[in-house]
Design a protein around this ligand. Structure first.
Ligand code: GLY
Length: 422
């Protein structure tokens, strides 16, 4: 079987790596991919936000199954374009991807289906938003979100009214995120521990993946600016069994059945971002795709052939599948460029990856890398590499991951030292 992965980061490298382990896969393609992915797959360069171009590519290469990494092609309707041509693809339709593409849609959906989430108000003009933030309806800090996609930067926790006013002005008047800020959601700031649960769904049946935790801040001790994720880990028992069952019962199942009842069947991978409050779990956000860098550790623990899972989703047959996960733990440390996440320096030569991968059960996934004209591997983005180690205990996985990190060098390399250190 020929498979195609859409995307270019560490998450997509992990998908390519896992797919290439399947005895059922004869060839893996990735578009656009990166320098590391090109060692495990044939990379192509097609504009992945143009659904028709991607469907054309898959048809011309006679691809049997396509997997979508990032949200943009899903929100742009890549699944609909494939379905029209009877090409198999794993992911939600454009209508179902609105769960991530519109925060207003997601909040109103949760409200309609009694799915626990923070209290909120939708504002369609800056004047309405200024009124709400001054009205005392919400205490500070308050959460402000642009409605549309904003590459993870469209959420601000404003600590006082001045910051809230400035943020509303940036979102709705200066239009920092363009049309994504035409509407904003103002919501109560929940307190508790953050967690996320990823599920596979065929539109009706659900299979939960083992929970993983990511680290969003740039610096140790959860200090510094927000990033795309500086590391992650997954270990048995990360969420207590009762809590996981509660999340499945009160959140995951009503989400999937609610989407079906509304005529927007959700088929694919759903990432449920949660706050575990003293009153129970509450949904912070939905993402309609695998998390990055959660996927790198979750797939490291997957024992079942991933193609069986993707096929079962595409064929509405997840209920008949038994998915098994390893009892081992996995830790991922992200190596980032100098200046990340603000001003990113690129073009530095990377060394030491073969030495890192020579260590037992270590895999280095590439995120922002490319080959220069002389054939050197160089940095080409903010998050450069994801060093993943899998071992029987969390401590051993952590130690092995950092042992591998020490082998890798590039100018200005930065990383957190406290990943999986609880
Ligand atoms: N790790 C969070 C995300 O993928 O959006």
């Amino acid at each position: 079987m020929k498979v195609l992965v859409l995307g270019s980061g560490g998450r997509e490298h992990a998908l390519v790596w896992k797919l290439s382990q399947s005895s059922r896969v004869s060839k893996v393609y990735c578009s656009p991919g990166n320098a590391g992915i090109s060692q495990d797959a044939e990379c192509l360069n097609v504009e992945s936000t143009s659904p028709q171009s991607v469907a054309e590519l898959a048809a011309s290469l006679e691809i049997d199954l396509t997997i979508v990494g990032p949200e943009q092609p899903l929100v742009a309707g890549v699944v609909d374009a494939f379905t029209r041509r009877r090409l198999r693809i794993v992911g939600p339709s454009k209508a179902a991807a609105t769960l991530e593409g519109s925060k207003v849609f997601a909040k109103e959906f949760m409200s309609r289906h009694h799915i626990p989430t923070a209290a909120f108000t939708v504002c369609e003009s800056p004047e309405a938003a200024y009124d709400i933030i001054s009205s005392g309806v919400y205490s500070y800090p308050v959460v402000l979100k642009v409605d549309g996609l904003a590459a993870g930067k469209g959420v601000v926790i404003a600590s006082d009214i001045d910051e809230a006013k400035k943020t509303i002005s940036e979102f709705m008047v200066e239009k920092r995120f363009g049309e994504a800020g035409t509407k904003v959601v103002i919501e109560e700031c929940l307190k508790g521990r953050e967690a996320s649960l990823l599920i596979f769904s065929d539109g009706k049946q659900i299979i939960a993946m083992p929970p993983a935790q990511d680290y969003k801040n740039a610096l140790d001790g959860n200090q510094g600016p927000n990033t795309g994720g500086m590391g992650s880990f997954s270990t048995p028992g990360l969420l207590e069994r009762n809590l996981k069952e509660k999340i499945m019962h009160e959140i995951a199942e009503p989400t999937i059945s609610g989407m079906a009842a509304d005529g927007t069947v959700f088929r694919g991978v759903l990432f449920i971002g949660l706050m575990l409050t003293e009153n129970g779990p509450r949904v912070l956000e939905y993402n309609v795709r695998f998390g990055d860098p959660e996927t790198q550790v979750i797939l490291s623990r997957l024992d079942t052939d991933i193609v069986d899972i993707f096929e079962a989703i595409a064929e509405n047959d997840l209920g008949s599948l038994k998915v098994s996960w390893s009892e081992a733990s996995a830790v991922c440390v992200v190596l980032a460029s100098a200046g990340y996440p603000t001003t990113i320096r690129t073009g530095d030569i990377i060394s030491g990856i073969p030495e890192a991968e020579a260590l037992a059960n270590v895999k280095v996934f590439h995120a922002g890398t490319k080959l220069d004209s002389a054939g050197n591997l160089i940095t080409a983005g903010g998050r450069v590499l994801n060093v993943v180690a899998r071992q029987m205990t969390l401590d051993a996985a952590r130690e092995q991951a950092y042992r591998a990190v020490e082998k890798i060098k590039f100018e200005g390399m930065q990383y957190r030292r406290d990943i999986a250190l609880r």
